[in-house]
Design a protein around this ligand. Structure first.
Ligand SMILES: Cc1cc2nc3c(=O)[nH]c(=O)nc-3n(C[C@H](O)[C@H](O)[C@H](O)COP(=O)(O)O)c2cc1C
Length: 197
């Protein structure tokens, strides 16, 4: 299953409506060109003061199985289940301090923007990408000896679409269920808190 467009209230670009978070992956490796392409998309994300605080750590099972397994081991059991076939994990990390050593309060925002660019580019390439917060950041920090001022924010599963029928029954249903969001009127206010847009 590759296509699960958002049932939008207003028409939006396919790239945004069509991106979703699949859990069925094949084990086919992601080409180096495609990996470079998604990372390049992230590179061109905007950031406060153009600080570009994000850093991505790529774990490519076909290149370095040992480090892939170390990263995989930090996922919570639920995520390990559906990531069993995933060929690439990408850790989204960010420097948390500015060049002056002050807290960069926009760092997580900027890293999230870069991650979104990455997953949109993955969708544009026909790849499947799924962001995850379900992992142990302390275990990741220890395993990969992150510098003190670097936080790991998310992991991204990246690969080719796989067969939904190979998922367990609960996830199979979830994979097929309609995508949902709060109504537009609940997330956009006009001219003041909770004032109708
Ligand atoms: C920061 C972040 C963390 C997430 N963590 C997980 C996770 O640990 N496991 C999981 O299965 N999905 C995770 N998701 C996927 C969300 O559940 C998914 O984006 C949401 O249900 C909306 O579905 P859609 O992306 O298909 O539109 C995460 C998404 C984001 C953006």
């Amino acid at each position: 299953m590759t296509n699960k467009p958002a049932p939008t209230e207003v028409a939006i670009h396919e790239l945004i409506a069509g991106r979703w978070s699949p859990r069925a992956y094949s084990s086919e490796p992601v080409s180096r060109d495609n990996l470079r392409s998604v990372l390049e998309a992230a590179r061109w994300a905007p950031s406060s003061y153009n600080a570009q605080p994000w850093r991505f750590v790529v774990f490519d099972r076909s290149v370095d199985e040992v480090s892939f397994k170390q990263a995989f081991a930090t996922l919570v059991p639920f995520n390990q289940g559906w990531n069993a076939q995933v060929p690439v994990l990408i850790a989204v990390t960010t420097h948390t301090l500015t060049s002056k050593g002050e807290v960069n309060r926009c760092a997580p925002y900027d890293a999230g923007a870069a991650a979104m660019a990455l997953v949109l580019q993955a969708h544009a390439l026909g790849l499947a990408a799924h962001q995850m917060s379900g992992f142990d950041p302390n275990a990741f920090r220890a395993a990969f000896q992150l510098p003190k001022d670097v936080e790991v924010i998310a992991m991204i599963a990246l690969g080719h679409y796989g067969e939904v029928d190979k998922l367990d029954p609960v996830l199979r249903e979830r994979e097929k269920s309609a995508r949902q969001r709060l109504p537009l009127a609940d997330i956009a206010y006009g001219g003041g808190w909770k004032k109708a847009f």
